[in-house]
Design a protein around this ligand. Structure first.
Ligand code: SAM
Length: 295
C-alpha cells in the first residue's frame, strides 16, 4: 500500500481528524492505530485473502478497514459512533466496504452477513476492539454461532493471555475455558502502546481464535458445565470441594460433592486452576447424573 496516502499513519490520521474536527471519546475505547506495519500484520495473521468476507467491529476512521479491504472480497463493519460515519464514507469510498451504524452488542450479525456477505466463501472477524467491552463482544460473537472460520483481534494484553491460558498458570480461569471450548486460542503478537493515538493505558496483544467445528470435550449439559467452571474459580485459593460446596449449598451436601469429584477421578483437594477442560467435563457429567437421581 502507498504508505503516504494510507489512513493508518500519524500524519494522515491527524489530517483526517482535523479536517472533520473529530475529538476522541474515551468512553467508546477510541484508540486508533497509526502504524501501517501493525495493520498489515493483523491482516496477515488473520489470513485474509481475495475470497474472504471480513466482519470488523469499530472501524474508527478506517485505518484497519482500508488494509482489510485491499486484501478481502468485502468488509462489513459495525461502528457505534455516528460522528465517524461521514469520515468513513469519505475515506473508504473507493473500497468494497459496508458500514453499519450499530452497537455490535445489539446487532443481528447473521442477518447482516446474509445481506452483505452472502457471496463470500470464507468469513473472518478482524478488529481492534474497544477495550472496555472486549469480553462481552467476543462472547456475543461466539454465542451467536456465526459461520466464521476465525477471529483475529487486538485486545488488552492481559485479557488475551487469560483467554489463551493453559491449566496451572495464573492467567487460567473460567474465561480461558469459555473461549477454548469454542476455539483454539493463540496470542500471536504483543504490541506497544505507541502504535495508537491516543495511546491506551495498557499493553496490547493480537489474539487469534480458530473456531472449532465441535467442542473438544463432551458435556451432557453446557449450562451446567459453565456454571461448574465459574463456581470452581469463585475463590482461587480454595479447593474444589469448598468452592463447589458453597455454590451448591442447599442442593448437595459437602460429602456428596466429594463423592462426585472422586467418581469423576478428580481429587477434591485440588484447586480449579489445576483442572483441564476434560476434567471439568467429567465432573459436569457425573454431577448431572447425581442431580437427576436426586430429583
Ligand atoms: N479500527 C480502528 C483502528 O484500529 O484504528 C478503531 C479501533 S478503536 C480501538 C474501537 C472502535 O470501536 C471505535 O471506533 C469506537 O467508536 C468503536 N466502538 C466502541 N464501542 C462499540 C460498540 N459497542 N459497537 C460498535 N463499535 C464500537
Amino acid at each position: 500500500m502507498d504508505s503516504e496516502r494510507a489512513i493508518g499513519t500519524p500524519s494522515k490520521t491527524k489530517e483526517v481528524l482535523q479536517k472533520h474536527g473529530f475529538s476522541f471519546k474515551k468512553s467508546l475505547g477510541q484508540n486508533f492505530i497509526v502504524d501501517s506495519n501493525i495493520l498489515e500484520n493483523i491482516v496477515d495473521k488473520a489470513g485474509v485473502h481475495s475470497n474472504s468476507g471480513v466482519i470488523e467491529i469499530g472501524p474508527g476512521i478506517g485505518a484497519l478497514t482500508e488494509h482489510l479491504a485491499k486484501k478481502a472480497k468485502k468488509v462489513l463493519a459495525f461502528e457505534i459512533d455516528q460522528r465517524l460515519l461521514p469520515i468513513l464514507e469519505d475515506s473508504l469510498k473507493d473500497y468494497p466496504v459496508q458500514i453499519i451504524h450499530q452497537d455490535i452488542l445489539k446487532a443481528d450479525v447473521q442477518k447482516e452477513i446474509n445481506t452483505y456477505l452472502s457471496e463470500c466463501k470464507d468469513l473472518k472477524i478482524v478488529a481492534n476492539l474497544p477495550y472496555y467491552i472486549t469480553t462481552p463482544i467476543l462472547m456475543k460473537l461466539l454465542m451467536d454461532k456465526l459461520p466464521v472460520s476465525s477471529i483475529t483481534v487486538m485486545i488488552q494484553k492481559e485479557v488475551a493471555e487469560r483467554m489463551a491460558a493453559k491449566p496451572n498458570t495464573k492467567a487460567y480461569g473460567s474465561l480461558s475455558i469459555a473461549v477454548q471450548y469454542y476455539t483454539e486460542a493463540k496470542v500471536v503478537m504483543t504490541v506497544p502502546k505507541t502504535v495508537f493515538v491516543p495511546p491506551p493505558n495498557v499493553d496490547s496483544s493480537i489474539l487469534h481464535l480458530t473456531l472449532r467445528k465441535q467442542p473438544p470435550v463432551e458435556v451432557a449439559d453446557e449450562e451446567l458445565f459453565f456454571e461448574l467452571v465459574k463456581a470452581s474459580f469463585a475463590q482461587r485459593r480454595k479447593t474444589l470441594n469448598n468452592n463447589l460446596s458453597n455454590h451448591f449449598k442447599g442442593k448437595l451436601e459437602k460429602d456428596k460433592i466429594q463423592e462426585i469429584l472422586k467418581k469423576a477421578q478428580v481429587d477434591p483437594t485440588r484447586r480449579g486452576e489445576s483442572l483441564t477442560m476434560k476434567e471439568f467435563a467429567n465432573v459436569t457429567n457425573t454431577l448431572k447424573e447425581t442431580l437427576e437421581q436426586n430429583n
